[in-house]
Design a protein around this ligand. Sequence first.
Ligand SMILES: *[C@@H]1O[C@H](CO)[C@@H](O)[C@H](O)[C@H]1NC(C)=O
Ligand SMILES: *[C@@H]1O[C@H](CO)[C@@H](O)[C@H](O)[C@H]1NC(C)=O
Ligand SMILES: *[C@@H]1O[C@H](CO)[C@@H](O)[C@H](O)[C@H]1NC(C)=O
Ligand SMILES: *[C@@H]1O[C@H](CO)[C@@H](O)[C@H](O)[C@H]1NC(C)=O
Ligand SMILES: *[C@@H]1O[C@H](CO)[C@@H](O)[C@H](O)[C@H]1NC(C)=O
Length: 450
Amino acid sequence: MLRLFLLISLTCLVRSDAAETCPSFTRLSFHSAVVGTGLQVRLMLYTKRNQTCAQIINSTTLGNLNVTKKTTFIIHGFRPTGSAPVWMGDLVEALLSAEHMNVVVVDWNRGATTVIYTHAANKTKKVAIILKEFIDQMLAEGASLDNIYMIGVSLGAHISGFVGEMYDGQLGRITGLDPAGPLFNGRPPQDRLDPSDAQFVDVIHSDTDALGYKEPLGNIDFYPNGGLDQPGCPQTIFGGIKYFKCDHQRSVYLYLASLREDCEITAYPCDSYRDYRNGKCTSCGTPEQSCPVLGYYADNWKDYLKQKDPPMTKAFFDTAEKEPFCMYHYFVDIISWNKNIRRGSITIKLRDRDGNTTESKIDHEPATFQKYHQVSLLARFNQDLDKVATISLVFSTGSVIGPKYKLRILRIRLRSLVHPERPQLCRYDLVLMENVQTVFKPILCPKLQM
Ligand SMILES: *[C@@H]1O[C@H](CO)[C@@H](O)[C@H](O)[C@H]1NC(C)=O
Ligand SMILES: *[C@@H]1O[C@H](CO)[C@@H](O)[C@H](O)[C@H]1NC(C)=O
Ligand SMILES: *[C@@H]1O[C@H](CO)[C@@H](O)[C@H](O)[C@H]1NC(C)=O
Ligand SMILES: *[C@@H]1O[C@H](CO)[C@@H](O)[C@H](O)[C@H]1NC(C)=O
Ligand SMILES: *[C@@H]1O[C@H](CO)[C@@H](O)[C@H](O)[C@H]1NC(C)=O
């Protein structure tokens, strides 16, 4: 019976452009999802020499897997329709271009495909046992646990955790991409991914209000846009199927972006998203201490993150709505000298010598300006302008009736967090008329100021 399945998937899914027969990820119909599927785990090996054509391997035949190299397992999650994950090919390709390694796609589509989530979740421990058997064989042939890396998506993140636990946390690394929340929320560490499952565990949470897990699960937990709703994803059911999975899948696309290296997604260790938004968490981003970067290279911060007690850090950042997702953060502080308190938001527009402009509106919460007090704000821009020629500011209280206010600024200072080595930009003695744009040339801040 198993062979028959294999044969069907082999014959039905031949890539028409390839001369040889390349096995591909199991694709099932929605009918299978309705009737449910029995568990079957296929391991598909991709290497630098076979980047697009997988070799099917198992615990008796490791095939062309080179045990002296790093091995990255990619483990998908629940498949309610039976389709193949759309991002899988891109992830394999991006990993292989980042490093010479073995990439093993863990195809447990038979098992994950069911309309009943509980049934898929119930198979995660069994998948982990099958992977353990395979890894034991790799070890027997000379592989090292240090060199084993698991990328688990949704339910796959917990599967990775179960495998890691069977090796007492000696696996090199686990990355959890929006680990599944339902049925796992609030469970004890042995029933879910946790920081003790590998030498380094990093997690991206992108859908904590629906399919994802809210609480931290790793040595570092990244919460893009606070972890709830992702920009560019439909917010209503009218967005169709995307409405259900866009936020959840965003974790995978953010991770992928880190491999493409168009830009680095910097994250800010912080207790809460609100504190991050209010500019309270910018202790990294100084020339002495860099901020952690999301994705494949997050393990560069491993030693630093593991020193903490407990060794868990939450990190927040905002993203743009599409690739490469990066936003560039500036720390803005303002000292005002109005006699009375002013509350409002500030829009900052930067322009460089070539005429490129980028704008940041800081309006998630009105800032409170008080005489001689320093107000710190976090400005987020879509573009990174290296040489800022002019800055324009608009102050708004948000009220349409009533008097127009002025904001008297004693000093404004902008500091790039992504490029702390860049000179800080200052300006003194400005008066902002409400809702009127004020444009000025920044001057370099005197040295010694922090
Ligand atoms: C490439 O994949 C094919 C098909 O699975 C396999 O026959 C072949 O041995 C692989 N070659 C290498 C170098 O991995
Ligand atoms: C492993 O793969 C080999 C070659 O494809 C096959 O002959 C063997 O039956 C497989 N073993 C198991 C346990 O599936
Ligand atoms: C396996 O990888 C090691 C280290 O990268 C390399 O020296 C060796 O030649 C590889 N073996 C094969 C059979 O490709
Ligand atoms: C999970 O599977 C086991 C047997 O494999 C069964 O006893 C149990 O009821 C299942 N649980 C759920 C929630 O389906
Ligand atoms: C700025 O504008 C120039 C010329 O229009 C363009 O080549 C460059 O890529 C832009 N830089 C940024 C950071 O957008």
